[in-house]
Design a protein around this ligand. Structure first.
Ligand code: GAR
Length: 268
């Protein structure tokens, strides 16, 4: 993927050397007296106050291609101008390629090795400790392969999303491509959904659909689907972050323009 400027995403409060001058932070002309006025923290790129930026936090376990697709789209569409910021990436696998990518792009990146914690709860407490300071508008599971407890899920209810490589409610769980071929399905797809206490069972936000060819193996089908995961997930993340999709009484509520945008179909 194209290189990103590392400075672009840095928080001036965490990197004081990069902090703009007080007059710049207050939107005042350079050189005006600023003493005694409490400066609000401004985002360096957009000059929006930090409090108005909505943070997106990403959890992943592996190669992180969905994370990369979200980051690439965020850059191409200038999400920061719209007040959305990809703030941090966490992984339960210290060796995850996605974590390496996050570091290379200058994002805050944390490894929280689940094997280092005696219980699932202790592991999740550490995740929460790291995530909460970002006060995320959206928590994105992008190939995060740990089951989360209802306590964790309820903490971020209505703002935690997952992508699953099947057209839910068909084929929850693992091995979805093989199961789809074996069932004789003529279409396959991916589903972005709100995470609930039921595995792969939360309200559906968006889906992408691809054909199943007669010669498909699980590998060829997965390869056809992945670019369509990459199309639908950024759209869903943005729609939820902007408040165009909300979880209401266990359903994803949106208008028809958004519903149309979040249904992505294969094109030859
Ligand atoms: C993706 O295909 C995603 O749908 C799947 O893991 C892959 C992660 O790839 N997620 C699940 O199976 C969750 N149940 P990535 O690390 O390249 O984004």
């Amino acid at each position: 993927m194209a290189p990103f400027s590392p400075d672009h995403t840095r928080d001036p409060l965490r990197f004081p050397m990069e902090r703009p001058s007080a007059s710049v932070r207050k939107g005042l002309p350079q050189g005006l007296k600023t003493r005694g006025v409490r400066p609000p923290p401004f985002h360096p790129h957009t000059l929006l106050p930090h409090s108005t930026m909505k943070n997106i936090v990403i959890l992943l376990s592996g190669r992180g291609s969905n994370f990369e697709a979200i980051l690439r789209t965020a850059r191409a569409e200038d999400w920061e101008k719209a007040g959305l910021k990809i703030a941090a990436v966490l992984s339960n696998r210290p060796e995850a390629k996605g974590l390496e990518t996050a570091r290379a792009e200058g994002l805050d990146a944390y490894a929280v090795d689940h094997k280092a914690y005696p219980t699932r709860e202790a592991f999740e407490e550490e995740l929460v400790r790291l995530i909460e300071p970002y006060d995320p508008a959206v928590v994105v599971l992008a190939g995060f392969m740990r089951i989360l407890t209802p306590t964790f899920v309820s903490r971020f209810e209505g703002r935690i999303l997952n992508i699953h490589p099947a057209l839910l409610p068909l084929f929850p769980g693992l091995d979805t491509h093989r199961r789809c071929i074996e069932a004789g399905c003529r279409v396959h797809g991916s589903t972005v959904h709100f995470v609930s206490a039921v595995l792969d069972g939360g309200a559906i936000i968006g889906q992408s659909v691809v054909p199943v060819m007669t010669t498909d193996t699980p590998e060829t089908l997965a390869a056809r689907l992945l670019p369509y995961e990459h199309k639908v997930y950024p759209k869903c993340v943005r729609a939820v972050a902007e408040g165009r999709v909300k979880l209401v009484d266990g359903r994803a509520v949106m208008d028809d323009a958004t519903a149309r945008e979040l249904a992505v179909f294969y094109r030859d």
